[in-house]
Design a protein around this ligand. Sequence first.
Ligand code: PLP
Length: 517
Amino acid sequence: MDLLARPAEDPADSRTYLLNQKTAQDYRTAVSESVARVGAKIAGTDRPFTGITVDGLAPTVSGIDLDTPLHDTAAALDELEEVYLRDAVYFHHPRYLAHLNCPVVIPALVGEVVLSAVNSSLDTWDQSAGGTLIERRLVDWTAERIGLGEAADGIFTSGGSQSNLQAMLLARDEACRRALTGAGVPSPEPGTPAPSRLTDVLPRLRILTSECSHFSIRKSATLLGMGAEAVISVPSDEHKRMRTADLADELARCHRDGLIPMAVVATAGTTDFGSIDPLPGIAELCDRYGAWMHVDAAYGCGLLVSRRRALLAGIERADSVTVDYHKSFFQPVSSSAVLVRDRATLRHVTYHADYLNPRRMAERRIPNQVDKSIQTTRRFDALKLWLTLRTMGAAAVGELFDDVIDRAAEAWKLLHDDPRFSVVVEPQLSTLVFRYVPSTDQDPELCDRVNLHARDALFASGDAIVAGTVVDGRHHLKFTLLNPETTLEDIAAVLDLIAEHAGAYLAEQPRPALSAR
Ligand SMILES: *Cc1c(COP(=O)(O)O)cnc(C)c1O
């Protein structure tokens, strides 16, 4: 197409797309139209997924000419139906049982509408005003629920991975400061020289975490220049909780070898098993060895508002905590925070820019959240949680989480009593890791393939979505229950579907494999 031959666009036209005093009515119409369509979509989906393949969908997306706009909201939404909405994965559906994605609460969606239109940026007071104060109230509220004490603080982040990264950064810089000043570290073994330079300290830093902890801890170590080998993996017990005795051994070994245990990362709700590490015992050891205690409660944070709060006992002793509201608080992505016991430690991410947050603003006590964040421009995600707490309340959120934990306990019994499956651990939260086992003498390789096939076939059918993981080198299936609308009947029906797909696969195997039965 000859671009030069195009008529010049009328500048008045392009301005009609800007939200302002003159276009507020257009905004209402366009957004109402999109809300109506999503509402209809949510009401009308009878499966979590259509089963579309990458090859089936990619041509539709590539076929869109991004340089030829439609100039019409309804037309753009019609097109979006084809490229996205029709084949999206719907987390609100009761047979979506795969990852840590929750159905979202409506008050939070109201918050999403408000925050994106007003578009506050939470880096400075002069870009957000009340937004900054609301975020700070929610940080304080969360820290209080955890029990972190008077000096606590924190910041909203994009997710648990970023929260963990920031916590590890603070822990690293605190460990360096303490190693160089000799403050609060156990006296070294005789013969170990006290480090005098940062370059001597860095290679000696170690992070200790259980073998079941989230991969973002290892990734953080790499991002922080420590290398993945700076992470010491502590074995878990038969309930997939960190073995405190092994942690004690590893800490003693670090001490003997002149290594610095910069942080111990406990997980309150492991991603695969929902297991909660023994927080009080870990806190004791952190005290003894002067290690920063981080609790990754990305998944388990919903317990803070549930009737099972006691499962988090010991979390109040943490130096930092990760919470993902977009997991167990039923918030839309993104909504997460990192909390710290001592607000002074946040100075490790404080940098002053003349144009943005000059030092004199801090002196005048003007709250600039960028001083505590590793991001600069930042969404007002806190508003979603605010409207959730103000509309439905924390206890109602906790009930939703309690419901899915109850359901997981019932589903565990179902699986445990079903000879077609073996289930790994009885859940503390809401995940179930299990494996289809055709018969006890079946070859484990074949069993792996059967489980992989069943998961893929189920995904391709779109009838339900389940996750998979590897336990002791063997492929397993996983349910993550976060939808209180998922019934035990749904779970039983999905187990039957898995068994059907698995059975069909086995029936297609060559004779020798079958004769092993
Ligand atoms: C999900 C999860 C994370 C990562 O959180 P994102 O929000 O996905 O970045 C970290 N830790 C645990 C235990 C998790 O379950």
